[in-house]
Ligand binder design. Structure first.
Ligand code: AMP
Length: 277
């Protein structure tokens, strides 16, 4: 079946099939990480809807909304090649009423770690994701572990607001040298890309340690060694469900997350660890 491109909510409503539907929300500039999400969606549902929408609500005025890469024609080819059934690519005018007032509040979880660096970001993410859920009516939705805190706040929204949607997390896809794929990687010069490898290197080095303090210290040392071209925003070792920092007595799954600016590009990455008592 050929790909249906729905440019507004009315076209989307007409495109919905009869079986189970999996939604893959994206901001476009699709890469192999997005491809893996579409494949995971195909394996789980009869119809895959990929949304492509650069959501103005989740960008602060000083961030890269206006220069965020937009590669719509290439994105359609990716969706077609991976067997998506529908691309939903609304305009901002179609998504947001000019007099809108109500939005989703991400709570304390949205104000810590990544949320501390990007105030309002997770409120913007949850507002658009809830709207996409209401427009697409998916049975399940797939999100990348690459944006670990986003995945956590979305799981929390689904639980707290009783949304009848299964949330599936998909592993981070990386370049062979470890760099996590990101639409923002295309901003990096060759030299900056080499500096950016310190993020995944730091996470790997930290993950080889056993205690939270050793994990933090080792990862931090690798980031410090990257030199002045890497401007560290945060390094955090957190509980994956709450995103609160874990102490030395913590046991269970933890996320080691990093954010840094390389040149003008802000990059994030994380790994999931298992901590023993
Ligand atoms: P974005 O287009 O950056 O908003 O991302 C759309 C979805 O793709 C989100 O669920 C991301 O977590 C996911 N994603 C982004 N990069 C990767 C990656 N390298 N591996 C797996 N999923 C990713």
């Amino acid at each position: 079946m050929d790909l249906i491109v729905a440019g507004n909510r009315d076209d989307l409503a007409k495109a919905r099939g009869t079986g189970t539907v999996a939604l893959v929300p994206t901001m476009g500039a699709l890469h192999d990480g997005h491809r893996s999400l579409i494949r995971a969606a195909r394996a789980r549902a009869d119809q895959v809807v990929v949304s492509i929408f650069v959501n103005p609500l989740q960008f602060a005025p000083n961030e890269d909304f206006s220069r965020y890469p937009r590669t719509f024609d290439a994105d359609l080819e990716v969706c077609r090649a991976e067997g998506a059934g529908v691309v939903f690519a609304p305009s901002a005018v179609d998504m947001y009423r000019p007099d809108r007032q109500v939005s989703v509040c991400s709570g304390e979880m949205g104000t810590i770690v990544e949320g501390a660096s990007r105030p309002g970001h997770f409120d913007g993410v949850l507002t658009v994701v809830l709207k996409l859920f209401n427009l697409v009516h998916p049975d399940l939705a797939i999100f990348g572990q690459k944006d670990a805190q986003q995945l956590a706040v979305i799981r929390r929204m689904v639980a707290d607001l009783d949304l009848p949607i299964e949330i599936v997390g998909a592993p981070t896809v990386r370049e062979p040298d470890g760099l996590a794929l990101s639409s923002r990687n295309r901003y990096l010069s060759a030299g900056e890309r080499t500096v950016a490898l310190a993020l995944s290197r730091a996470l790997r080095a930290g993950a080889a340690e056993l205690t939270p303090s050793a994990i933090r210290a080792t990862a931090r040392a690798v980031l410090d060694a990257a030199g002045p071209d890497l401007d560290l925003d945060y390094l955090a070792l957190v509980d994956p469900a709450t995103f609160k920092e874990v102490g030395d007595s913590y046991a269970g799954s933890a996320v080691l997350a990093v954010a840094a600016r390389v040149g003008t590009t802000r990059l994030i990455d994380n790994v999931v660890l298992s901590l023993r008592p």
